[in-house]
Design a protein around this ligand. Structure first.
Ligand SMILES: *[C@@H]1O[C@H](CO)[C@@H](O)[C@H](O)[C@H]1NC(C)=O
Ligand SMILES: *[C@@H]1O[C@H](CO)[C@@H](O)[C@H](O)[C@H]1NC(C)=O
Length: 262
């Protein structure tokens, strides 16, 4: 129920933006991570992509498999959730069937995560069992450096947050190409966000805009490395408002240390 209200608020914000009045809300729940202009793709093309699901098998966020038992996602996907109530579906193009469903042993999100500013929006899940690589399940390497502004990257997800604009949720994995925008450039006058962009973030500028789809916690990948985690944005609103991602290079140390100790 809460999720639906959130989605409606987010989509209403988008609606007003399309009418030409973009105002940046301080409420992070109005800036849900979303993908614009997606196209159907397959899990084999993005085998690191996973779906986070509740015990009732409903998809709530995306994630990325980084080794045999660790999934990286957004902190805001994990806040208020218990490991025992989260499942991960791997190796399926469809979020609601196929592949492998694995229980979660433990979860954690960055202690510096700030729900007002969305800084440090990173978390991890430790799977209850090890998962081997197959054609449809692969571990992705974490980026050591944020790619330069203009580097093409690909973001994927099932768009579960878009109840309002998308009359039916895509069951098939969606992908869209964006261009990386460094956080300093993203916070500059070139775009409209200003100082609400922080150094734990990286932006992705959509080359085209279309339907409004989203998937928090999911992967932004460039040069075969995980460079971002879908975090927030008014991506449906305007070319001047790129999607915002948690910057994996900036958060890499936390991911590595936490993955080692859980
Ligand atoms: C979140 O960031 C805001 C703005 O910098 C700050 O005022 C607030 O205290 C922070 N909250 C937490 C929980 O750190
Ligand atoms: C953490 O980094 C070390 C050194 O690079 C590496 O050997 C180890 O596999 C990493 N751990 C995880 C969980 O990725």
């Amino acid at each position: 129920m809460h999720g639906l209200v959130v989605a409606l608020v987010a989509c209403l914000a988008v609606g007003s933006a399309w009418a030409g009045t973009v105002s940046i809300s301080p409420n992070p729940f109005e800036r849900e991570g979303r993908i614009v202009g997606g196209e159907d793709t397959t899990i084999r093309a993005h085998p690191y992509q996973v779906s986070l699901q509740t015990s009732r098998s409903s998809h709530f966020c995306g994630g990325s498999l980084i080794n045999r038992n660790t999934v990286v996602t957004a902190a805001h996907c994990l806040q208020g959730r218990k490991a025992s109530k989260v499942y991960v579906r791997l190796g399926s193009t469809l979020y609601n069937e196929g592949g492998l469903v694995v229980a979660v042993r433990e979860l954690a999100y960055n202690e510096k995560y700030n729900a007002s500013t969305m800084e440090f929006d990173v978390g991890i899940l430790k799977l209850a069992e090890d998962v081997e690589e197959t054609e449809d399940i692969r571990y992705i390497e974490l980026a050591k450096e944020t790619p330069a502004t203009g580097t093409p990257a690909i973001v994927t997800g099932w768009g579960s947050k878009c109840y309002f604009w998308c009359m039916t949720l895509p069951k098939v994995l969606q992908a869209v190409v964006v261009n990386i925008v460094d956080w300093r450039v993203c916070a500059s006058d070139a775009y409209k966000y200003g100082d609400i962009i922080y150094d734990t973030m990286v932006c992705g500028y959509e080359q085209k805009k279309d339907a409004c789809q989203g998937d928090s916690g999911g992967p932004l990948v460039a040069e075969n490395k995980l460079v971002g985690i879908v975090s927030w944005g008014y991506a449906c609103a305007s070319n001047l408002l790129p999607g915002v991602y948690a910057d994996v290079a900036a958060l890499r140390e936390w991911i590595n240390e936490t993955a080692e100790k859980l």
